[in-house]
Design a protein around this ligand. Sequence first.
Ligand code: PXG
Length: 459
Amino acid sequence: MLNDLHETTDWQGLDAAHHLHPFTDHKDLHARRVRVITEAQGVFLRDSEGHKILDGMAGLWCVAAGYGRAELVDAAAAQMTKLPYYNTFFKTTNEPAVLLAQRLAGLAPEGINHVFFACSGSEAVDSALRTARVYWQTLGKPEKKIVIGREYGYHGSTMLGASAGGMADMHRQGGDLPNFEHVLPPYWYGKGGQMSPEEFGIYAAREVEKKILALGAENIAAFIGEPIQGSGGVLIPPETYWPEINRICKQYDILLIADEVICGYGRTGKWFGSDYFGIKPDMMTTAKGLTSGYVPLSALLVHDRVAEVMINQAGEYYHGFTYSGHPVCCAVALKNLEIIEREGLVAGAGRKGEILRAAFTEALGDHPMIGEIRGVGLIGAIELTTDRRTRKGFAKTGEAGTICRDFCIENGLIMRATRDTMLFSPPLIITEDEIATMVALFKKSVDQTYEKVKSQVAS
Ligand code: PXG
């Protein structure tokens, strides 16, 4: 807590002295001073200087139920009082973990009835890929090891997650483990050229097939993909893409892993991105919205056909974490899912997403610097361009996006910039009034950005 012994600059100085941050250029951060977030309520954050900021990213895509939910606090306190911790190794379990596993089996697509718990999305991805290895070894195909992901994919920041993902900067810094391959993402706006979105969806899926044929299906364990690529720029595949991926994975006997860490638990207006796109996954990695970020928890959801091999044939699985099935995290997740269901936040995300996109389109649809406004439910993106007709980018990729992101924050709105694509994913509890505020703040920021870069933009 801040008190009168500590000015903002004290916190900033201490932070600079001792705190190493994720995904940060520290020299740059220390030159600017860090922002100290002190409290939050609903969709609004407060910083130590009293600024009120609309959180258009729900933290890092996770605070589905919004900030300040006393019910989640109470659920954690009650469970901490009763049983704060015990492990799920060595033939033990706990009540919240059992109840949550049952609940998730009920929510997941048909045939997905088994759950492995961890604490982060990265650990869920690691668990999925370990499970894929064990699955194929058990079936007598140990050479099936390669995992196919996509450029701009994000699957976490462990060395394995970074290797599965398709972020070149992360590959360079150690995310370059063997047996990972990456193919074209289904990013029609950026990569579709003259093809229609439908044609491009098939084309991008067939890139996976080409890769399988080049490497040999007998060497490939799994394909991993986010239903919508989040960090990579909210890349929403054309509707032809996922059905073709379903076909390809089935035909070549390759496990299909849907990384639902962002899409899961209502963000798309369905419980899972797999429901929205008709994906038929063998495993789904989930986290973030599962607890609305109040405590760290992830869940790997496993289809019966994989679980059956793991349970009946594989013998001991040498994998697990100290906090797998943590009772406090599972109790919070149960309460969070209850809130999401009780308040109709899943269907609400679909409805409010339409309102949000309509408002963005009305405010910015004709703006010379706006190339595309896209979204599904309450996840979406707005492309900044120098030429609406050709979808051409800026001379220095990322410059306009960063300028726009900085104006947003100055104006009291958090949006994320990937290259020159502005991303949004507000808490699912956002109201129509707050949507109007968000759009007005963003329009102001776009207009200010335009003033700075308009020499590059075709009118
Ligand atoms: N898969 C996906 C699809 C994700 O988005 C992870 C796995 C890893 O989760 P953990 O809990 O290990 O971080 C993620 C995480 C950003 C940003 O700025 C996105 C994530 C994490 C941090 C920053 O877009 N996504």
